[in-house]
Design a protein. Sequence first.
Length: 387
Amino acid sequence: MAGLVILADENIPFARDAFGTLGDVRLKHGRQIAAADLRDVDVLVVRSITRVDASLVAGTKVRFVGTATSGSDHVVFADLDRHGITAFTALGCNANAVAEYMAAAWLTIARRTGLTLRGLCVGVVGVGHVGSLVVEKARALGMIPVLNDPPKARESGRTDYRPLDELADCDIVTLHTPLTVDGPDPTRGLIGARFLSRLKKGAWLCSTGRGGVVDEDALHGALDAARLGACILDVWDYEPAIDGRLLGRVDIATPHIAGYSLEGKMNGTAMTYEAACRFFGVEPTWSAEAAAPPPTVPYVTEIAGGRRDEDVLTDVVSAVYPVLRDDAALRATAALDAAARGRAFDDLRKTYPTRREFRYTTVSAPGASRALLASLRALQFRIARQA
């Protein structure tokens, strides 16, 4: 569409290719986008690091704002509405990537601690786009999910949604909520000293939704008291200036990349692009599927005969997504001063290596049990035909 001007975060994959079909595309780092950049811009496309409110868009030509991420707490929708700007959020774009991250992290910690995931009770806080897929992955690994989602409980009346306090008895608690500060179910500080003091001793705490859902001072207290068996953090308060001391204390630490599969990123681009096309009445001509490169790990072979199913699963998953690679990269920044660590945090996200989702890998597992093959299929791996 000739004449449109689009400003996009430079870290949105294929932004120039996709939005270039609509007009002139300018790219800029998301933390540096300012009101002065938008004076002649029609379309703004951001990630979660850019706060979009009246101070950014007032007095500009912007008609459409799209965030190519599942989260939306960085967008003040009321401000956009007051200025007659249409907003779009790519809800669920990276949900499967986050669920696969959780599977990889759980298998890694289970191996490290000598535990078996099968039969463990996992409390899932927030059962939306991400949480519902986390439940599927947990079941694929033989775990028993317990669900907590007050809005869904009210809407559905289902009795399988449990109060948060009941999740304190679970072996694992994993958080997949947005960050909210008002309404009937605010989530800022949801996991604080009260909940952590009631948490089953030795339980694992996992947070991949938004920093601020966990009260980090209270988390330090729980770690001081040795209440947790493991802690997995992908999101942090005050990103990118994260708490260096906390970084050194958790078991898996990653720089807000749980949803950073190539598919998750490209879904965000595609969903936002297609929404912009609908808004301007243009037929989409760019396709994420056509633009995707070949898989990075197309084939994995693991001898399964005579081995525990979970050991084979751990090796297969680690071959496709070695989560400890991401942990090591962030942990290497711990000795930096706060400013340098913040820059490194952003750089790790900007230069994140290509990660493909499980469904693009075919697994050969000679001697595999039916249960192992069922788990692999439930995790969406393709299964090679056995000779």
